[in-house]
Write a protein that binds this ligand. Structure first.
Ligand code: IPM
Ligand code: MG
Length: 356
């Protein structure tokens, strides 16, 4: 019997609703496969923890997480706490503390889901965006001076290191190599950002030589948005800096039908630390506590978690069941134009696992 220790961090807003649903799905998989079990450790970090303790998570909070096999995360964000505090105090603390430098965001149009793109068939949109997750525009460097005075100044500095760029581009080329199309698009903005992005471009040329079987091209980030809409089939694997990929991945999720479906993995490819999996939708206070959240983003993130845990059979099974469920419009939540409640979707997925 193999036991996977999973840290469960629901965080805030609808994160508190969808993460328990994710646990149910993992338990359903374990019930189906007697060789595997999941042991959950729960952490009540987030906005409420901040109100009680003045911090989003304890200073030594990474210590208990070090021992787990993977982290299932909900979302961080609270209408009464500044966003930069909720982000830096929890999610980024884990991502950066565990050097989860590859943020991986697959995008596909699942069966039964409508894309807002005209004339785009399901097979024409199949992307994985690889987001640099440890530095760039999110390096946290910068500062403020003369606060409150007319001469106030503020700066955010983007930092790209050779090591950081080489490792994320190598990861992206390798991922592209593992996919049927073997094609990578390197997103840049070296026309305007004339230092870091120029080095980024140079490093792409260098890393590409290690992958002679991968074709690649370069696209400016602004042009990439138009290309995603006009020629989705021309893209496959995409690599971009932290902020560029943040923007592109929201567009990708919307083009695939809903932000409620999109998954993500914050991955330490070297497996020195646990990796963290989360839906990308955020805390969504407007629908919180109503049972309306779409749990599919969490379930797809669990597929990524299972792949990372090297359980490809379970991952494949769960993805198949997810696709059977999205194919049925009566199981669509409100974000997809449907009327289904979150728990109905979970029940359908668990029943599908049981039947498989
Ligand atoms: C994401 C989110 C976060 C980010 C927010 C919540 C700060 O948009 O995961 O893409 O910008 O990284
Ligand atoms: Mg984002």
């Amino acid at each position: 019997m193999k036991t996977y220790r999973i840290a469960s961090i629901p965080g805030d807003g609808i994160g508190k609703e969808v993460v328990p649903e994710g646990e149910k799905v993992l338990q359903a998989l374990a019930a189906k496969n007697q060789d595997i079990q999941f042991e959950f450790q729960h952490f009540d970090w987030g906005g409420d923890y901040y109100r009680a303790h003045g911090v989003m998570m304890p200073a030594d909070g990474l210590d208990p997480l070090r021992k787990v096999d993977a982290i299932l995360f909900g979302s961080a964000g609270d209408p009464n706490i500044p966003d930069h505090i909720t982000l830096w105090g929890l999610r980024l603390k884990i991502c950066q503390g565990f050097d989860q430098y590859a943020n991986v965001r697959p995008t596909r149009i699942l069966p039964g889901i409508q894309t807002p793109l005209k004339n785009c068939t399901r097979d024409q949109l199949d992307w994985v965006i690889v987001r640099e997750n440890s530095e760039g525009e999110y390096a946290g460097l910068g500062g403020r001076a003369h606060q409150g005075h007319p001469i106030e100044v503020a700066s955010d500095m983007s930092i790209l290191t050779r090591v950081g760029v080489e490792r994320i581009q190598r990861y992206a080329f390798r991922l592209a190599q593992s996919r049927p199309r073997k094609h990578l698009t390197v997103i840049t903005k070296s026309n305007a950002q004339r230092h870091g992005m120029v080095m980024w471009d140079e490093i792409a040329v260098q890393i590409a030589k290690e992958f002679p079987d991968v074709t690649w091209d370069k696209e400016l980030v602004d042009a990439a948005t138009a290309r995603m809409v006009n020629r989705p089939e021309s893209l496959d694997t995409v690599v971009a800096t932290n902020l560029h990929a943040d923007v592109l991945s929201d567009l990708a999720a919307a083009l695939a039908g809903s932000l409620g479906i999109a998954p993500t993995g914050n991955i330490d490819p070297e497996r020195r630390y646990p990796s963290m999996f989360e839906p990308i939708h955020g805390s969504a206070f407007d629908i919180m506590g109503k049972g309306l959240a779409n749990p599919i983003g969490t379930f797809w993130s669990i597929v990524m978690m299972l792949e990372h845990l090297q359980e490809p059979t379970l991952a494949k099974l769960l993805m198949q069941v997810i696709e059977q469920v999205t194919a049925n419009p009566s199981l669509h939540t409100r974000d997809l134009g449907g009327k289904a409640m979150m728990t109905e979707v979970t029940q359908a997925v668990c029943a599908g696992i049981e039947r498989s």
